[in-house]
Design a protein around this ligand. Structure first.
Ligand SMILES: [Fe+2]
Ligand SMILES: [Fe+2]
Ligand SMILES: [Fe+2]
Ligand SMILES: [Fe+2]
Length: 327
């Protein structure tokens, strides 16, 4: 091994992984919640072309994507060093108001900076220059995030909150607690898939490197890791879109998204495991989403029905893509 690592080092790097999963999910879900908050502010504000809510919504999405990138880079580094990246986030808290989003973001970024100073120290002690450089860049990004959140902290005092009890309107009676639970289960499944595919994609990058040093394996065309890894990227992008669409729909009908990751992502050793586990993940989603389409049809929630029909089509495509590689 190029760098002499220790279990404590991997533990620390995995704390960074947990942190990055948390913030990427947190900011993405807050981004989805923003539409709902926006509708609750005074009408004059709503009629403007752009509002603080739009601006902040965009900012949160941009940050979520940056955190995903951090996550991927850290996972890649862990695998490169011979470790195993985890899939469990630090506690995700969405919050109910814009002000709360900003406060939670500030807190998360301060905690991240603290943690990353520790990582930087340990990386330097071990002479792990590449990790040091990576975290120096990430550190800079987090500092910028922190400043952004602080910029918005003092904004407006009177801000609407997402209510626990949505308005009692006749047309909304179709949305039972069980139905919302199902939608949140879908959200949790998307999160699980996103983390599973990201983790495997980064694990594959190590395998790909290793295999390149074995020309014979390449000639025999057995570099499955590279193929699967290439497949995971576009699928991952679609799951991100699903996550956003489902979360936005939940907020649109005036309920709250729950940040959960379920089922637990399964990573597996190598490409042969990945495709089987990924096919399983798609299978799980397909069964769940079919039941949502059925329920949505029953209660007459046409918009959700259409949305899940479209998502279902894509999950089936994913399923067959993975299935093609199962021996
Ligand atoms: Fe980050
Ligand atoms: Fe950040
Ligand atoms: Fe999906
Ligand atoms: Fe999928």
């Amino acid at each position: 091994m190029i760098v002499k690592t220790t279990p404590e080092y991997f533990e620390l790097l995995n704390k960074a992984v947990a942190r990055e999963i948390q913030v990427s999910a947190q900011y993405m879900l807050q981004h989805s919640a923003m539409e709902k908050l926006k509708r609750k502010v005074i009408k004059e504000n709503y009629l403007l072309d752009t509002t603080t809510y739009d601006e902040l919504g965009e900012l949160l999405e941009k940050m979520a994507i940056e955190e995903m990138k951090h996550l991927a880079d850290i996972m890649e580094r862990i695998y490169f060093l011979g470790g195993e990246a985890i899939t469990k986030p630090t506690k995700i808290t969405i919050g109910k108001s814009m002000k709360e989003f900003m406060k939670l973001g500030e807190k998360a970024e301060i905690e991240a900076l603290e943690l990353y100073r520790e990582v930087l120290k340990m990386a330097r002690n071990l002479g792990d220059d590449a990790t040091f450089k990576l975290f120096r860049q990430i550190y800079k990004d987090e500092e910028e995030h922190l400043l952004k959140f602080q910029e918005y902290l003092d904004i407006e005092d009177e801000i609407p909150e997402i209510e626990n009890e949505p308005p009692e309107n006749e047309w909304r009676k179709i949305f039972t607690a069980d139905y919302i639970k199902m939608l949140n289960k879908a959200l949790a499944a998307e999160m699980s898939a996103i983390i599973q595919y990201t983790n495997q994609h980064e694990k594959a990058s190590k395998e790909t490197l290793r295999k390149k040093k074995a020309p014979l394996e390449l000639l025999k065309g057995s570099n499955k890791a590279e193929v699967i890894s290439g497949m995971l990227k576009p699928i991952f992008m679609e799951e991100m879109q699903h996550l956003e669409d489902i979360a936005e729909r939940i907020y649109e009908i005036d309920f709250e998204a729950v940040a959960d990751i379920d089922p637990l992502p399964k990573i597996g050793e190598g490409p042969d495991d990945w495709i089987i586990l990924d096919r399983e993940a798609e299978d799980y989603a397909i069964i769940l989403y079919r039941s949502i389409v059925k329920k949505a049809t029953e209660i007459g929630d046409i918009k959700t029905k259409r949305m899940f029909e479209k998502i279902l089509e894509e999950e089936e495509n994913h399923y067959w893509q993975f299935d093609d590689y199962v021996l």
